[in-house]
Structure formats: structure tokens, C-alpha cells
Ligand binder design. Structure first.
Ligand code: E4P
Length: 219
């Protein structure tokens, strides 16, 4: 499963990229607002930090304006992936852009039927929002399972990008189900390294090493 960082925080992206933990980045208007940076400028910076797809979202609601915004965004870098909402106008934009060789992430997916439409429109990625689905009383993991089943039934090439990931169990279950990608906040990705027995093990090794009175010579 590929890991994308769901953030526009360049310091956090750099740290994860240096550890080889991320294959791409997703942003949205709320994350750009949180970063407090110019959209085009920060997207350019992010595109230089990772080799993989960097989702940048259009904000227009009509197809012609979405196309014009996408034109600006895709000029930022070769690894920009245009993010469009799962509406008929968004799907028209998806169809036009992918036909032209541009990566497209169809976002705000909350049903398997919507995911079916995204695949038919030729989306590179579809983003089902797991956490927000859970928040509203449905089972977000069931949604990912249904989309996986349907895409496999028809060999759709669209990748399932599990989004709105809130915690490590979401990550684990998405990997079990076979989501192609998951995007999560940097804290969730870094949190996957935590284990109480790892901490306890380090504590024991540090204590025993001190008792040896030795040091490893440093170059
Ligand atoms: C996906 O691309 C979205 O940016 C994101 O995962 C939304 O997550 P949220 O529900 O935590 O805002």
C-alpha cells in the first residue's frame, strides 16, 4: 500500500520523505488554509520534495472554470495530480484531464456507486473519506471493502486512495482490505512506529550497554 501525507506542512513532508515513508502528498483547501501559505507557491515546494503525485484541488464548481484552474495547477510540476470533487462537473473535468494524460484524484467519495462513476470517468485515484463516513454513523471500512470488490470485479485501473484516515487501525484495516493508497496526517504516519515493547526494549538495551562501560568508536 502506498502512503501519501495528507498535509501542506512542508517541514512535516520533508521529514517523512527523508525517512522514505511517503509516496505522495494530498492537499485540500482546508489544509492550504491551515498552512497559511500561498497555494501555488506551497504546491510547487511540495512537488519538489516528493517524486510521487501531489494532489492540488480545484475550487470552482463548474466544469469550464475547473478546466481553467486545472490548467494553471498542472503547470506547477509534472507530479501534480488534479483533485476534483465527485460531482457531474468534476467527473467531466476528470474525463477531459485524464484523456489528456493528467493524473486526477476524484475526492469527497462517500458511496460505492460514486466510486463506480469515478472509475468510469477514468480517474487515476478515487478518495473515499473513511473518517468522515464513520463520523456520520456509517462504517467507512465497509465502503473501502465495497469499492475494492467492485473495482476487482471489472478490473478498473482507478486506484483506491483511502482518505480521512484518523488512526493506526484505519491504516491496518485498509492494508488488509487492499486499498492501493492511504493518505493520513503526518502524526498518524509517524505514530505507526510506536510500540510499548519497542520502548521497553530500548530502555533495557541502553541500561545493559551502560553496564558494559564500552562505547562504539565514532568516525
Ligand atoms: C483527502 O485527500 C482529504 O484531504 C482528507 O483525507 C480529508 O480528511 P479529513 O476528514 O480529516 O479532513
Amino acid at each position: 500500500m502506498k502512503f501519501f501525507a495528507d498535509t501542506a506542512d512542508t517541514a512535516a513532508i520533508r521529514e517523512l520523505a527523508e525517512a522514505g515513508l511517503i509516496d505522495g502528498v494530498t492537499t485540500n483547501p482546508s489544509l492550504i488554509h491551515k498552512a497559511g501559505r500561498d497555494f501555488i507557491e506551497v504546491t510547487k515546494e511540495i512537488c519538489a520534495l516528493v517524486d510521487g503525485p501531489v494532489s492540488a484541488e480545484v475550487v470552482a464548481l463548474d466544469h469550464p472554470t475547473m478546466m481553467r484552474e486545472a490548467e494553471t495547477l498542472r503547470k506547477i510540476a509534472d507530479n501534480v495530480c488534479i483533485k476534483v470533487p465527485l460531482t457531474i462537473d468534476g467527473l467531466k473535468t476528470c474525463r477531459a484531464l485524464t484523456g489528456d494524460g493528467t493524473m486526477v484524484n476524484v475526492t469527497l467519495c462517500f458511496s460505492a456507486n460514486q466510486a463506480l462513476l469515478a472509475a468510469k470517468a477514468g480517474a487515476t485515484f478515487v478518495s473515499p473519506f473513511l473518517g468522515r463516513h464513520d463520523d456520520n454513523g456509517w462504517d467507512g471500512l465497509d465502503l473501502i471493502r465495497d469499492i475494492r470488490l467492485i473495482y476487482d470485479n471489472y478490473d478498473f485501473a482507478t486506484e483506491i486512495l483511502a482518505a480521512s484516515i484518523r488512526h493506526s487501525v484505519h491504516v491496518l484495516e485498509c492494508a488488509r482490505i487492499g486499498a492501493d493508497v492511504m493518505t493520513a496526517p503526518p502524526a498518524v504516519i509517524k505514530g505507526l512506529a510506536n510500540h510499548v515493547l519497542t520502548d521497553k526494549g530500548i530502555e533495557g538495551f541502553v541500561a545493559d550497554w551502560a553496564k558494559t562501560g564500552q562505547t562504539i568508536p565514532l568516525d
